[in-house]
Design a protein around this ligand. Sequence first.
Ligand SMILES: Nc1ncnc2c1ncn2[C@@H]1O[C@H](COP(=O)(O)OP(=O)(O)O)[C@@H](O)[C@H]1O
Ligand SMILES: [Mg+2]
Length: 161
Amino acid sequence: MSTPTLTRTVRSESPEETHRLGVRLGGLLQPGDFVGLIGDLGAGKTHLVRGVAEGAQVARSEVASPTFAIVYPYRGRIPLYHADLYRIADYDELYATGFLDLIGGDGAVLVEWLDRVPEAAPREYLRLTLSPVGDEARELRAEAFGTRPAALLTAWLAGNG
Ligand SMILES: Nc1ncnc2c1ncn2[C@@H]1O[C@H](COP(=O)(O)OP(=O)(O)O)[C@@H](O)[C@H]1O
Ligand SMILES: [Mg+2]
């Protein structure tokens, strides 16, 4: 694993704050961006992604729709692909789903449980690791690999620690 281009840590004191962080990130995402989310069940990965979807102008009803797919495609300001690798055993299984074809394509990609299949990450991406700090607080460690992810991270957290 290479060294991150840029690392930042930010603390969220509530679900609402995590949501707001997501909204701001969603406003900055561009096609080709890849965001990997890591953290145990209940860490707040999905919560953050819902904020991202709102920030990318995805209709709330689209995000709420329940499905058992590995990838949830959302139509917003740009296409957003929300994947959850929790049930994926390995790279071969992920490859078979066709998910990998979405990387570097027409939209931005957000992947929960990236640590299940770390090889799924492209060379340049933003990795977010969420850890509970008590009931309501979360530590969010952001590691950018590459120039574009570093610029994205800087813009995202500008004025926020
Ligand atoms: N600071 C916080 N940020 C995000 N979620 C929080 C926070 N504090 C408490 N929570 C709660 O933790 C849970 C996170 O759930 P979820 O986003 O589905 O986690 P994951 O997708 O990582 O399994 C929610 O019930 C949310 O209300
Ligand atoms: Mg989740």
